[in-house]
Design a binder for this molecule. Structure first.
Ligand code: ADP
Length: 143
């Protein structure tokens, strides 16, 4: 199977809870290669742009307020079957429904503040990676 790219974001609740290291440790232990990462503050407009697919959903305001409430850590990850495997690692959107041992089940407070983002398709994995990182900032010789 070909290598695939997915975008993770350690959300502001992950940063506030001092879980950056623990979550990246789990990600690397699961076999993902880190190709790019940084810590940034998203503006409300940045968050609205990233989540524009959800603009008509009732939680859009809450989501974009949360995502711009403090620093977050976008990370480009690569692995075979990265998109599906990463979603398995993080668990269901609602931590109460997430499998035991998943990152959201172990660390998230609720469906909105759920610690980590993961792309939902290979195409979005590439598009979302380039939302935060121009291609020159994504390394090809890590791991
Ligand atoms: P996922 O991040 O698991 O792919 P979605 O794409 O459905 O989930 O939603 C994107 C993000 O929007 C979620 O990770 C969560 O932060 C937020 N969200 C989703 N549903 C709700 C909800 N009912 N109430 C508040 N926030 C929500």
């Amino acid at each position: 199977m070909a290598l695939e790219r997915t975008l993770a974001i350690l959300k502001p609740d992950c940063v506030r809870k001092n879980l950056i290291g623990e979550v990246i440790r789990r990600i690397q232990e699961a076999g993902f290669t880190v190709r790019a990462l940084k810590m940034i503050n998203l503006s409300r407009v940045d968050a609205e742009g990233f989540y524009s697919v959800h603009r008509d959903r009732p939680f859009f305001g809450e989501l974009t307020e949360f995502m711009s409430s403090g620093p977050c850590v976008p990370i480009v990850l690569e692995k075979e079957n990265a998109v599906a495997d990463f979603r398995t690692l993080i668990g269901a959107t609602d931590p109460a429904e997430a499998d035991a041992g998943t990152i959201r089940r172990d660390f998230a407070d609720n469906k909105g503040q759920n610690i980590v983002h993961g792309s939902d398709s290979a195409q979005n994995g590439r598009l979302e990676s380039n939302y935060y990182f121009p291609e020159v900032e994504i390394v090809s010789n890590a791991g």
